[in-house]
Ligand binder design. Structure first.
Ligand SMILES: Cc1ncc(C[n+]2csc(CCOP(=O)(O)OP(=O)(O)O)c2C)c(N)n1
Ligand SMILES: [Mg+2]
Length: 602
């Protein structure tokens, strides 16, 4: 921050500003200039200062959880830091699920909670009581495990230093959300502009980022005797903006590449070398390629158990893997497996590595992959019995309606899988809260995305269950007149859990069919002033005529619509349900183990 930025031309008489005004000016200069909030007594001074700032807007949500999820979507779709303001106690605790979405997916966000006056607080009365001030909650301790930094501000000087520090921490290294808890008396206190400048010049903290110095020849050395290389691109690469360079390097050296779901949006999916996303719900050919590969370069992916399954030993059993990641703790996971080499590396410097020229015979590997692709099925036709609307075909049909550069936000459950397993057009940007995956994320995230990108078309894909988790935000969409297109992938139940119950609980639908119900979405649409369209067939979808207004498209699916393909428990990623591909295992030369228990024989 330029130290004289705050009121540098201000006349002497206005050289004092309050804590609340300072927060408002800081956000105006450093963050996305539309603040997401639900007000309350303990944050009223901040909300007022924001409202009185002609260069800042604010959006009122109906629940703080949604404000946090919408702020998360600002970075994902605009690369500006989203800000929330909430009151103390329940206002702040309501943020938690949204903050966790940002934390697990490495998304910067700044959350500012109001807190009771310091002279009314537990700290002040020096007794270990549960609560002293009305609505006093120790939000800092509560969010510590899901923020990069959470801090209760103790004075206005501390506020000035902490805002600067919080934002820098949020955006540096492996990015993530931060929270500042600001007592009311600090919001009201005044500070001289010269003092602000002084504080920012004499910071008491320092940024540190550790990475290893590595040989530019690293990839060359790793691949020198490889016949079946694969590059796995993770969201860590996407978030550093390095994906186009990595993809260009793959194209130059003809190395097939796959992605995690989180990274799918960052690559050109129409490339012939792109095989799809991997994992439990991955695309079959991408999974097969991983399993057959002999060398895998992993750029910025934590290889969680949705990618490697609960039996990671069965993931790429014939490959040596090299993992480049900015988070040393993530790399520790691989310490006991000698097939992994790990390198602590900031992928924004990835160009240094991409000098490597790889010498291998692409055609042989390509032929093998083509052979597999030609005999396996992608599984999607098995989702529903013929004659019913297939969610995958529905997805393909609705894609044809997307405008160039449309933003697609998807939710959680079967509907998430159906969207992510479909190859979305290159020109679309697609995301979800992949690591935390709370039901109801995509609705407020679509609001954040639409506010941050008013010129783009925003689609919110969501299940009937997920919609009910944040249904109150339909009011926010109506009030701000946002032209969001909501597609309910309505299977009248908690589909993904039912599928799990089919496999392991003899189709006893406790909590998913029994005890779960859906409202009349037509009446819901009417209550919130949405256009409502029910679609029951592919033709209905093809005939959709979407205009620039908000709409709920209620896509009726049969309750038993399945996620196909899916890797079930105790299987490896190439061995997915429905088991139409199992025979192919035998055709391949690599002698795959079929069950984790057979791994020792490898
Ligand atoms: C907040 C939250 N509660 C519970 C879950 C567990 N869960 C995951 S998916 C799911 C069912 C989702 O139903 P729906 O939104 O209709 O999606 P479908 O699987 O039917 O497409 C549940 C209960 C969750 N992910 N998030
Ligand atoms: Mg459902």
């Amino acid at each position: 921050m330029e130290i004289n930025e705050f009121g540098k031309d201000a006349p002497l008489s206005t050289k004092l500003i309050s804590g609340a005004e300072y927060i408002s000016q800081f956000i105006e200069k450093k963050c996305f200039p539309n603040v997401f909030l639900v007000t309350g007594g303990a944050c009223a001074f901040i909300v007022d200062a924001i409202g009185e700032n002609p260069n800042l807007n604010y959006t009122c949500f109906q629940h703080e959880q949604s404000a946090a999820m919408a702020a998360d979507a600002i970075w994902r779709t605009r690369e500006k830091v989203g800000v929330t303001i909430s009151t103390s106690g329940p206002g702040a605790t309501n943020l938690i699920t949204g903050i966790a979405c940002s934390y697990f997916d490495s998304i910067p966000a700044l959350h500012i909670s109001g807190q009771v006056n310091q002279n009314e607080s537990r700290e002040f009365i020096k007794a270990d009581v549960r609560q002293a001030g009305f609505q006093e909650t120790d939000i800092v301790s509560i969010v510590k495990p899901i923020t990069k930094w959470a801090h209760k501000v103790r004075s206005i000087e501390d506020l000035v230093e902490s805002l600067d520090k919080a934002l820098k921490i949020s955006m540096s290294g492996r990015k993530g959300p931060v929270l500042l808890d600001v007592p009311m008396n600090v919001q009201k206190e005044s500070i001289h502009l010269d003092r602000i400048a002084e504080i920012l010049t004499n910071k008491t903290w320092e940024e540190t980022n550790k990475t290893e110095i590595i040989s530019t020849n690293l990839l060359n050395e790793f691949l020198f005797d490889s016949n079946r290389p694969i590059v796995l691109i993770g969201a860590g690469a996407g978030l550093t903006g390095s994906t186009p360079n990595i993809q260009a390097w793959c194209e130059k050296n003809k190395i097939p590449f796959v992605t995690s779901w989180g990274a799918m949006t960052y690559v050109e999916r129409s490339s012939k070398l792109y095989l799809g996303s991997i994992g439990v719900y991955g695309n079959p050919i991408a999974n097969w390629a991983i399993q057959a590969s002999d060398r895998i370069i992993v750029f910025g992916s934590r290889l969680d158990n949705r990618q490697r399954t609960g039996s990671p030993k069965g993931f790429a059993p014939f490959a040596k893997k090299i993992v480049l990641d900015i988070d040393d703790q993530e790399l520790k996971k691989f310490a006991n497996d000698e097939s992994y080499t790990t390198i602590l590396f900031d992928l924004s410097h990835v160009n240094d590595l991409l000098e490597a020229k790889v010498d291998y015979t692409h055609e042989v590997w390509r032929n093998e992959l083509d052979k597999i692709q030609n005999i396996i099925s992608d599984g999607i036709e098995n989702s529903v019995p013929v004659g019913n609307l297939n969610p995958y075909f529905g997805m393909r049909a609705i894609q044809k309606k997307f405008k160039e550069k449309a933003i697609i936000v998807t939710d959680c459950g079967a509907n998430l899988c159906w969207v992510m397993q479909s190859y979305l057009p290159d020109s679309t940007y697609v995301f979800s809260a992949f690591g935390n995956s709370p039901m109801g994320y995509s609705l407020p995230a679509a609001i954040g995305a639409q506010i941050a990108n008013p010129d783009k078309e925003v689609f919110c894909f969501i299940g009937d269950g997920g919609l009910q988790m944040n249904i109150q935000e339909l009011q926010t969409i109506d009030y701000y007149n946002l032209p969001i297109k909501i597609v309910i992938q309505n299977n009248f139940g908690y589909g993904i859990i039912k599928q799990f119950q089919d496999s392991y609980f003899g189709s006893r639908y406790h909590g998913t069919g029994v005890g779960y119900s859906t409202p009349n979405f037509r009446k819901i649409a009417e209550a919130f002033n949405f256009q409502y369209i029910a679609v029951k067939t592919l033709e209905d979808i093809e005939n959709l005529n979407l205009t620039n207004t908000k709409v709920i498209i209620d896509m009726h699916l049969i309750p038993g619509a399945l996620i196909t393909p899916k890797t079930e428990m105790d299987r490896f990623i190439h061995d997915q349900f429905p088991y139409t591909n199992s025979e192919v295992i035998k055709l391949l030369p690599y002698g795959y183990p079929e069950k984790p228990s057979q791994l020792n024989s490898l």
